[in-house]
Design a protein around this ligand. Structure first.
Ligand code: C2E
Ligand code: MG
Ligand code: MG
Ligand code: MG
Length: 282
């Protein structure tokens, strides 16, 4: 097979491309059985405020196949989207997270918000609102604790549907966040039209602060713009104290990254919440 890349460049079908296609087929085949075989689980990463207190958490999906070993979501989510398996997988994520939140609530360790990642396809096509209404029907108190992360690309792909869906979710009490802000090509005018509460600044910018003046300017501008629009900012991928100090100095509201905690099992997050909730004794 021959592919034209534009111009005079011609690119042949390489062994690497064949291997990648085989890998995708293999993953699709195994992913089909992942739910019934109990291979999926959710881990939770803390999101902290300027004082380092856990305020929210992000649920991140993990898949471990007995023979393939752990497969990263960066690899299997696109496969799930291509194959349509994202539909049952998202449903599993929603119901698993809501069940977990009910347990945390009963134990008194539920964070203010628990954010779930929703793929663009599910967000734009699925009957997400209906499904969430159904799930939360049994746990009405959890509505004001649920958040959804969607990428700016997904929101911008169909602005009309995005605005409507986000409005419906907001009516339910569910908060929305724009994930990976700055990683796409969307303009700020789009964000301004979206009924979202949070803006998550992509790790690609955070990684370069405070050494790179351009990244500093971008992060500062994103925080300023978000605040101007009444949005809260979350910085992703915070790994160093220098990054944290810079982010605090420009007024970034919340931070997430290995510096504060890696994605962890639900019991570990509960321990973190519990330990900081303990009254300070002088
Ligand atoms: P994301 O939503 O932007 O998630 C943040 C990713 O950054 C996570 O990778 C997390 O482990 C990683 N991360 C957090 N802090 C740090 C840090 O300080 N340094 C570094 N180097 N990385 C950090 P993960 O878990 O591999 O997830 C990758 C992506 O897969 C997510 O990006 C999200 O787009 C997608 N994803 C994960 N879970 C789900 C899910 O349940 N549904 C959907 N649709 N997508 C998911
Ligand atoms: Mg996310
Ligand atoms: Mg993100
Ligand atoms: Mg990201």
């Amino acid at each position: 097979a021959v592919q034209h890349n534009g111009g005079n460049a011609v690119c042949f079908y390489t062994p690497e491309m064949a291997a990648a296609a085989t890998r995708r087929m293999l993953l699709t085949m195994h992913l089909t059985h992942a739910i019934e075989r109990n291979e999926l689980r959710l881990v939770y990463q803390p999101i902290v405020d300027k004082a380092g207190q856990v305020r929210s958490a992000e649920a991140l999906l993990r898949w471990e196949h007995h023979a393939l070993g752990p497969v990263s979501p960066g690899e299997f989510i696109p496969v799930a989207e291509e194959s349509g398996l994202i539909v049952p997988i998202t449903d599993w994520v929603l119901s698993t997270a809501v069940a977990q939140m009910a347990v945390w609530e009963a134990d008194g360790v539920l964070p203010d918000r628990v954010f779930l990642n929703i793929s663009g396809q599910q967000f734009l096509r699925g009957n997400l609102t209906l499904r969430l209404e159904e799930l939360l029907g049994e746990h009405p108190s959890l509505r004001s604790h649920l958040g959804l992360e969607i990428t700016e690309q997904a929101a911008v792909r169909d602005l009309k549907v995005a605005v409507r869906t986000l409005g419906e979710l907001a009516d339910l009490g569910i908060q929305a966040a724009i994930d990976d802000f700055g990683s796409g090509y969307s303009s700020l005018s789009y964000v301004q039209q979206l009924p979202v509460a949070k803006l998550k600044i992509d790790r690609a910018f955070v990684i370069d602060v405070p050494e790179n003046p351009k990244s500093n300017a971008l992060v500062r501008a994103a925080v300023g713009m978000a605040h101007g629009l009444g949005l809260t900012t979350v910085a992703e991928g915070v790994e160093t104290a220098e990054q944290r100090d810079f982010l605090v100095s420009v007024g970034c509201d919340l931070m997430q990254g290995y510096l504060f905690g890696r994605p962890m099992p639900p019991e570990a997050l509960a321990d973190m919440v519990r330990s900081q909730a303990a009254p300070a004794i002088a």
